[in-house]
Design a protein around this ligand. Sequence first.
Ligand SMILES: [Zn+2]
Length: 585
Amino acid sequence: MAGRIPQSFIDDLLNRVDIVQVIESRLDLKKAGREYQACCPFHNEKTPSFTVSPNKQFYHCFGCGAHGSAVGFLMDYENLSFPEAIEELAHAAGVEVPREAGSDFQPDPRREDHYGLLQRAERFYRSQLREHPQSARAVDYLKQRGLSGEIAATYGLGYAPPGWDTLLKHLGSDTDTQNAAVELGLLVRKDDGRLYDRFRDRIMFPIRDRRGRTIGFGGRVLGDEKPKYMNSPESPVFHKGQELYGLFEARKASQKLERLLVVEGYMDVVALAQFGLSNAVATLGTATTPEHLERLFRTVHEVVFCFDGDNAGRRAAWRALENALPVLREGREARFLFLPEGEDPDSLVRRIGREAFLEKTVDAVPLSQFFFESLGRQVDTRSVDGRAHLVELARPLLQKLPDSVFRDLMLDQLSQQSGLDRKRLSERVFGDPAPTPRQTPHQRARGAGPSPVRVAIRLLLEQPELGTGIQCPSGFEDLEVAGVSLLTELLELVRQRPHLSLGGILEHWRGKPEESQLARLATQPLEVPADGYTAEFMGAIQRLLEQRTRQRTEQLLLQEQGQGLTDAEKQELKQLLVEHQPISQ
Ligand SMILES: [Zn+2]
């Protein structure tokens, strides 16, 4: 399977799949004229600015600038690598991905085995929950917590039996399988080389990635033994700092998630789901990382952190706050729910019920309040020293916030609490006396109209067929005009692959600087009506040809005065002078 994927295959694949279908199966698309719209999955918004064009096989968000082909969408939305996205599209289209031999591209062939092996382990643990002679304790434990068989199945709960080698025996004696199981943390190898099961006598919670594939496990003890939770170690497919337990299930349960709850334990996630609150996720034995938060805020605009009300809980909440600051862009909101002493979400929801719990999440403390209360507790704001200290404490934290209305509001509040003038405070915190005005596209645009190269490229991206009939005149690419080599390449491409759409065209520049140039150009509004495309395009090409003629004529005239011309060059100059008037006249 090793080897590069041939570009021609990618071209054909993109002609075959429909970006609308690819996106429609993942987002709620609405038809709007010739295009489709949805609320952008890559930034938070209430009115849709995410647009999918079936014609161009291209998506673009006018809010955040996200754009790309069906491949790019899968890469960003499903977090896939390029080959994985191609595999996914090919699979949906029912075709095999060919590979070119002899290149340096080497996908890890064991990766697929890893997922397969994890799936085998998951099935094994599930069967043990039903069949193992000692599973009654596990079943009782789940029943005591009020879990139905349905919820257990939704989350794929299982049971790792006691004993050191139940999974080991189940996996068999194949050395490759055993080695992979060690790499995935299902088995542990002792110093003397012998293997044993990592998870024993625990309720097993499969951890799934965005696509629902099991990538690791969390195991919870049945009693009060320590550690309460044990997780798979980091592995080639499992990265704790990025994954969230329950996110796949939460997204599956609801198309329109508004709020996600971050809790500490897997049991909390499952218990809340049992009460119809299927929007809880848990980190995997780590603090919430900025990657987690970015992922959460890509899914919803509001995140509520649930923590114990004790000191340890407040410290953990503060860490979460610090990590949340850099990702708190416009429209994103973080809140904190502190639980009563001795309660976790699992016990609390069972005691007070769904409605009361839901109310608590809605009334959770806003981040700004938690922020100023926590800082206020460290200083005495009645004294000048204390107020100065408050500013110093707040400064490095506010610097983490992206430039936004929220940041302005936080600064207002700090100004109120410290008694320091708003303008001086801004200088103190951000070091800039006046905010630098953002350059508008108008200011950037130069006085002259768009160059013919730009016009031609823009129109080709809009309607690639325009280029199919054009034979590039020889010497065209020598024209000393910015962008002409890109235009030549583009013309060559649409001539060779006349059925490529915009999405497919851009794939030819994947990873190169031209890709973003082209995409940016493609999303700029066109000032020509559709029935004028051909005339405008031909006009631009004509202007370029004339420019080329002038350039070549001047070059030959100059050479004639200097080193002289060959016979062929004399002939060429004669021809040029007959066809066109040189500008020197
Ligand atoms: Zn967007």
